[in-house]
Ligand binder design. Structure first.
Ligand code: SF4
Length: 394
């Protein structure tokens, strides 16, 4: 029997919910793209690019930013999992800030890593384990430091991941060969240091290696998970957070029962009204539409009256409202704008030519007054007004 293909991600998915593991790895049902994965992958690629030639100094900041930008532009906002072009742009700008800050902090202390994106497949105890280590630094005398980049907003400890690295890297023949390119007489790799590097905060969390007993206990847990997978034990373990963000809810047996419950409620209501369930649902949709129309009319009246009375905020007994007025530039003739941006060599200054990025050109000091005037001639100022409705008086 072939060894079970395994990895840290597979183990953590199984621990989160065996049913999810089945959907993802056995049935291979695709999930929606997630923007935080796309963002993390993009920054990992940047780190690999910066350290890739294994020779200091880093490539110049502009070169790294160009690499980031070109790689970012290869996929659309939807492919990355962002809800809109604007959200994608915010992600891009956050990436630029992180790269700039990383340069500021590390430009002078760069050193040659032993490896970046170190990929191995090891056969251990009937498992074929794939691992990718973000960066390995050589400390001399067979000692290595293992580094994993994190790009999330919250600092979350994942000690299992480090225990996995420690176990696998200390017995990896490929890593031993790599260490021997530095010191040919080394007999064994010593994982002396493990650390998580949080890129958004430029913070390191350093862990000392775990004692052998802890590694052995952890490994027994890994083998148990692997045994359960081999025995096809995929009972769902629903959890509030896990299910909330799970793409398989529509297929999951746990949630199918819940949908059945809600259908039963709908059927009971239909029977009471002597209608079919579809007719009851249609009634509700019409009610919703009418309420939305009434809401829009009422909002327009309140806005008009507040503007007439020159009020920015006003209070009811339980609610209060704030006028939310915005002004933006509208470029009706898209083709003319793109042609102008091309002619004036300004296209490169906008990541994606959206209203926001074009508006930013007006604040950009590298854009001349004449260019701003030419752009301004194609724009029309538009004012919008909406209401913010608040429950409590603040
Ligand atoms: S919806 Fe919940 S129970 Fe079902 S597979 Fe996803 S995480 Fe597991």
């Amino acid at each position: 029997m072939a060894n079970l293909s395994f990895s840290y991600s597979k183990m953590s998915t199984y621990k989160e919910c065996p049913q999810k593991y089945k959907f993802r790895y056995i049935l291979k049902i695709p999930e929606k793209p997630k923007y935080f994965f796309a963002f993390g992958t993009a920054l990992h690629k940047v780190m690999e690019f910066m350290y890739a030639n294994l020779k200091p100094p880093f490539p110049p900041l502009e070169e790294t930013l160009r690499f980031f930008r070109e790689d970012w532009q290869k996929t659309s906002f939807a492919d990355k999992g962002y809800a809109s072009v604007q959200k994608e742009l915010e992600g891009y700008e956050e990436g630029v800030k992180i790269i700039e800050a990383y340069y500021k902090k590390h430009e002078k202390d760069i050193f040659n890593p032993l490896s970046t994106e170190f990929r191995t497949t090891q056969e251990v105890d009937g498992l074929s384990i794939i691992s990718i280590v973000d960066r390995i630094d050589y400390l001399g005398e067979g000692k290595v430091s293992i580094l994993d980049y994190k790009t999330g907003k919250t600092v979350k400890r994942e000690p299992d991941q480090l225990l996995m690295y420690q176990k696998l890297m200390s017995q990896s023949p490929q890593l031993l060969n790599l260490v021997r390119t530095k010191e040919p007489t080394i007999e064994k790799v010593d994982v002396a240091n493990l650390l998580f590097y949080y890129l958004p905060k430029l913070e390191e969390q350093i862990y000392t290696p775990a004692p052998k007993e802890e590694i052995d206990e952890f490994w027994q847990g890994v083998l148990k998970v692997a045994d359960n997978i081999k025995a096809a034990k995929f009972t769902a373990t629903p959890g509030e957070t896990a299910c909330k963000f799970c793409d398989y809810r529509n297929l999951c047996p746990v949630w199918k029962d819940k949908k059945a419950e809600s259908f039963e409620n709908l059927s009971a209501e239909a029977e009471q009204k002597s209608l079919s369930p579809l007719e009851v649902l249609a009634e509700k949709i019409d009610k919703l539409g009418t309420m939305q129309e009434d809401l829009s009319k009422l909002k327009a009246e309140v806005i008009k009256e507040m503007q007439a009375l020159k009020l920015q905020r006003h209070f009811g007994k339980e609610y209060n409202v704030i006028l939310d007025e915005k002004e933006y530039l509208n470029f009706a003739d898209e083709k003319a704008v793109i042609a102008l941006l091309k002619k004036e060599n300004l296209l490169g200054k906008t990541l994606v030519p959206t209203l926001e990025t074009i508006e930013d050109l007006f604040k950009n000091e590298q854009v001349s007054l004449e260019q701003k005037q030419a752009l301004g001639a194609l724009a029309k100022k538009v004012k919008t007004c909406d209401l913010k409705i608040l429950k409590d008086i603040e």
